[in-house]
Design a binder for this molecule. Sequence first.
Ligand code: DX5
Ligand code: ZN
Length: 286
Amino acid sequence: MNFSCLAIRVLTLQGLCSPRLGCLRFKTSKFRAPAPLSLTLADTTASPSCPKARPNCCACNKTNKMPIQAKIGPSILNADLANLAAESQKLLDNGADYLHLDVMDGAFVPNLTFGHPMVKCLRNHIKEAFFETHMMVQNPEQWITPMADAGVNLYTFHVEPVKDVCSVTRKIQEAGMKVGLAIKPGTEVKEIEKYIDVADLVLVMTVEPGFGGQSFMADMMPKVEWLRNNYPNLDIEVDGGVGPKTIDCCAKAGANWIVSGTAVVGSADQRQVIGEMRNVVKSYLK
Ligand code: DX5
Ligand code: ZN
């Protein structure tokens, strides 16, 4: 654990994770503050209150709770990638809240998709939508700058191959993106517990990453339940085999960001499927 991570940990354990700290971390993420986190932590006079602190901030859970929202993010993995812009725009026009872009390097997973050049081209066609890249790659640190330059909003990476998760997390925030931490089915959620306070979202995979169209793994739901019970304001995402038949299970467990590939892209009525899933998630949000 490096110094920045340790500092956050110590402050949290000592009950010193103040609203100010939450605001400072938000500023680091949103405004591309170049300063290292350790310096930012020391500068506790920079922000007077916590109106915009991240919803999973430990202090703000108590003082300024922001309700989590239901979000449906179609995965374009099984779409016609030769018509990516048109396919993506169609999903957005049909009510998608964000686009989930599956980046695979052929090393972390046995499949290859696309990288930042394609994401940048897509961004040139679609100016406003929220882009999440799901980085199924061996070295997520390598692609932070080019993905930020390509217009990515949320950079979700797998912790499994990463030695220094806090360092990668900090670099993503310094590049101006939000941070998602992803875990494969074989990774226990406890393994990322120490990083949750510095993440914007946790992605619980409900298939082995690598391919669309696989069967949903219901036995991943205890991970989602544990996260929701312990982090009521955390954005929790599920990905893999999620559709109208499995959404209830995910929503009941506490997921609020829903990735759905085949079930949405392959549907004759995308708007209906997206709307139906969002309504199910909303019905479980307090
Ligand atoms: C799997 C990908 C998923 C997946 C979603 O490695 O991360 O995003 O393709 O597609 P479906 O919903 O078809 O499983
Ligand atoms: Zn994905």
